[in-house]
Ligand binder design. Structure first.
Ligand SMILES: NC(=O)c1ccc[n+]([C@@H]2O[C@H](COP(=O)([O-])OP(=O)(O)OC[C@H]3O[C@@H](n4cnc5c(N)ncnc54)[C@H](O)[C@@H]3O)[C@@H](O)[C@H]2O)c1
Length: 323
């Protein structure tokens, strides 16, 4: 059962999903404690603005610690001072393609950082530990939709391998220390305040500027795009469920073609895209489709279609960049 006004540690709190989760927690009376190192994997100004602008009406209702999850002493200070009841661990090096360029950094942040956080969660008596995994753990599995019971032993990028590693570590901590953990396998998240390295952002940017967009696998790709509000409600559902040890798909319920996704962006921008058709990129998968029955059983359901979600994004984008 959710207790009113609990303290929740959110790592990656200045990130896309972290900042939106913080907002939703404050809306229901909880107190988020944010950790972020504001690294420059993408323009850190948007991270600063998520804190300054997106969370501006919540001043005094959350705390922010600037620091690195690879710094155990720093993490311990935060745990000791704040004594969070629950943890939502979202800080990570994200991005499949970038992980091929610097696999060691991904291993360091995603695996080592997660290990410290799990370890301290046990030491400081955390009651539920959620952590971001990813749909990318399914690799090139051919059985669709992807279900949590499917084997995920064949990742195809360093990023995916680190996410699978965090699931294995979490299992150990649940098993040995009875720490409740839930791994959240997010499926392509999009929406306002989204990540500048993701397709919706770069496509919108390039269509507005009249630049050519690269359409991989010649457009023959499908995704369960998941709107940020649906992701956040899924996170809160898992946060309140206190499952002993689980992994959970959180994905939209409609398989969308990449070409349709681009069409909806064009409609909202009011301009046709110049497209360059390209082969699939190393590490990328052709389809990610989520079996979401497990999370549905906890009462969650996704509600936002891309027609609405992309409209909201493009409106936000135009306002934010005064485009
Ligand atoms: N957005 C998606 O579609 C998606 C899909 C699957 C999984 N995920 C996972 O969800 C989580 C959140 O993703 P997001 O889209 O919000 O990404 P994001 O990059 O916007 O957020 C991650 C945040 O973590 C911070 N961070 C990174 N390394 C850190 C470190 N060493 N110490 C402290 N902070 C650090 C970053 O500065 C960033 O603000 C990530 O773990 C990501 O791998 C995201």
């Amino acid at each position: 059962m959710k207790k009113k006004g609990m303290k929740v540690l959110i790592t990656g709190g200045a990130g896309f999903i972290g900042s939106a989760t913080a907002r939703a927690l404050m809306d229901r009376g909880d107190t988020p404690i944010l950790i972020d190192n504001f690294n420059d994997y993408y323009d850190p100004r948007i991270k600063e603005d998520r804190i300054k602008k997106f969370l501006k009406d919540y001043k005094g209702q959350f705390k922010l610690y600037r620091g690195d999850i690879r710094d155990r002493a720093f993490l311990e200070k935060v745990y000791k001072k704040e004594r969070p009841e629950k943890v939502v661990h979202l800080a990570a090096m994200a991005g499949v393609r970038n992980s091929l360029k610097d696999p060691a950094l991904y291993a360091d942040v995603n695996v080592m950082g997660t290990t410290y956080l799990l370890d301290l969660a046990v030491k400081y008596g955390v009651k539920n530990f959620l952590y971001a995994s990813s749909s990318s753990v399914y690799g090139n599995n051919t059985k669709l939709p992807f279900a949590e019971t499917d084997p995920v032993d064949t990742p195809i990028s360093p990023y995916a391998a680190t996410k699978k590693a965090t699931e294995l570590l979490a299992h150990v901590y649940s098993h040995i220390h009875a720490l409740p953990t839930t791994g959240l396998r997010f499926f392509t998240v999009y929406g306002p305040w989204g990540r500048p390295d993701m397709a919706l952002f770069t496509f919108t940017q390039d269509i507005i500027a009249g630049n050519t967009i690269k359409v991989y696998n010649y457009g023959d790709m499908t995704r369960n795009f998941t709107y940020i509000d649906d992701i956040v409600s899924g996170i809160l559902t898992c946060l309140d469920a206190d499952l002993a040890c689980a992994v959970m798909n959180i994905g939209g319920d409609k398989e969308e073609r990449l070409t349709r996704f681009i069409e909806v962006i064009e409609e909202n921008v009011g301009k046709k895209a110049k497209k360059k058709m390209m082969p699939i990129q190393p590490g990328d998968v052709k389809s990610t489709v989520a079996d979401i029955r497990r999370l549905r059983k906890l009462g969650w359901k996704p509600t936002t279609r891309i027609e609405v979600g992309i409209k909201n994004f493009v409106e936000w984008y135009k306002g934010y960049f005064k485009a």
